[in-house]
Design a protein around this ligand. Structure first.
Ligand SMILES: [Zn+2]
Length: 406
């Protein structure tokens, strides 16, 4: 499987959510043409008997226009001060870093001044190698609200439907709304909603009319409840913070999320990656992580996520790459955080970082599974997974549209 055609035989592969031993995959014209038992591969096919093939990762939440510096203020200053040409260069570089980290499809959840759209279109036209990309453009927020400096602020007297039209007219693939404040914007408040239910309903209705899904960023429990009542497509972060910042999971809202089939996008960013066992070697990063952590342990911080899973919610593991110390190439560490936080197996976590986001993003016909007809996006892991594995081996190779990029 070098170039765009050929066979690859592997010791194991995750197919249809299950681990299968000794598999052969045939690639043709950038797509998966066939998956069969290993013996189907010709004798001269590339053979990796001690490696596991999985689908390319789908990162449902990242910010290509952000530069993952060490702290929020620096990330913001760089993104705010860059000229548009410089921002686009950075986005192109980050798109390449995604591929290098095994991420072959992404949803950009908010940029500055639509900078991502031109790069998305270069990739779609085949002028630039990069992941399949959906882009939100500037997130809808309030004046002085979270990410207000991205260019998407809507005043209380302004028509919020016109704000949706502005995004749709510019060609975004979705609407991102900041239903609560966020940690990255010091003047915003993560523990309170930014919009009323009426405003969110108007936004969702107009987005639906234009065929655009709505992703709602919500840390505050009230903002989660308002977003779910308004019928958004995905809830981002979903960290269930009460107004005093303590954990406040509302089971009636959880059940409504499950009933409506709203996907919950868990962002496992740098502050979580450094909490992986053996990873916290940078003292400043560890301090930032512990300041943001309620308990100091991933599995305890994310107890609410296990409750959501038990009650039937669709969970997606994403990265929030671009925010402080969260490089795009480190996506696999976000998946490892998911294993730790949710107490799940590696195979289950891979599903939440491939098939589940593909479904949530409406990309399931194209990416997210090793299946005949899908785009030939795949990641080769340096080891044989078992159904019980809770460790994720490192990446040894990546294919995007059938072309080996790592
Ligand atoms: Zn984000």
């Amino acid at each position: 499987m070098s170039g765009r055609a050929g066979w690859l035989r592997v010791g194991a592969a995750v197919v249809a959510g299950e681990l299968r031993h000794d598999q052969a995959v045939r690639i043709q014209d950038g797509r998966i043409a066939e998956i069969a038992a290993g013996g189907a591969a010709p004798a001269d096919a590339r053979h990796a008997p001690n490696a596991t093939l999985i689908p390319g990762f789908v990162d449902a939440h990242c910010h290509l226009s952000f530069g993952y510096a060490e702290d929020h203020a620096t990330v913001r200053r760089i993104a705010e001060d860059a000229d548009l040409a410089g921002l686009r260069d950075q986005i192109r570089r980050h798109a390449g870093e995604c591929l290098a980290g095994g991420v072959t499809a992404i949803r950009d959840c908010g940029d500055r001044d639509f900078a991502t759209l031109a790069v998305r279109d270069e990739i779609r036209r085949g002028e630039l190698a990069g992941p399949v990309m959906l882009a939100a453009g500037p997130p809808v927020t309030t004046p002085g609200g979270h990410l207000n400096w991205c260019g998407g602020a809507v005043g209380p007297e302004d028509d919020i439907q016109a704000a949706v039209d502005r995004l749709g007219d510019a060609g975004t693939d979705l609407v991102k709304v900041l239903a609560s404040g966020g940690g990255m914007t010091a003047e915003s408040d993560p523990h309170h909603p930014q919009f009323s239910r009426e405003r969110l309903e108007l936004l969702v209705r107009r987005a639906r009319e234009r065929g655009l899904p709505v992703a709602a960023h919500a840390h505050s429990t009230d903002a989660i409840a308002l977003s779910v009542a308004a019928g958004v497509s995905t809830v981002e972060h979903c960290s269930w913070k009460g107004i005093d910042g303590s954990a406040d999971v509302r089971l009636d809202v959880v059940d409504s999320i499950a009933r409506q089939g709203i996907a919950v996008v868990l962002t496992m960013a740098g502050i979580h990656r450094v909490m992986l066992p053996g990873r916290g070697t940078d003292a400043d990063q560890v301090r930032s992580a512990l300041e943001s952590s309620a308990t100091g342990r991933l599995a305890d911080d994310f107890a609410w996520a296990r409750t959501l899973r038990e009650r039937g919610c669709e969970l997606v593991i994403a990265s929030d790459a671009g925010v402080r110390f969260t490089p795009f190439i480190g996506f696999i560490d976000s998946v490892r955080c998911g294993i730790e936080a949710l107490r799940i197996t590696a195979v289950e976590a891979i599903g939440m970082a491939t098939a589940a986001p593909a479904r949530a993003l409406g990309l399931a016909d194209v990416v997210g599974e090793l299946a005949e007809g899908r785009q030939a996006d795949a990641v080769l892991l340096d080891g044989l997974l078992t159904p019980e594995s809770s460790e994720l081996p490192d990446i040894v190779a990546v294919w995007a549209k059938g072309l080996q990029v790592v």
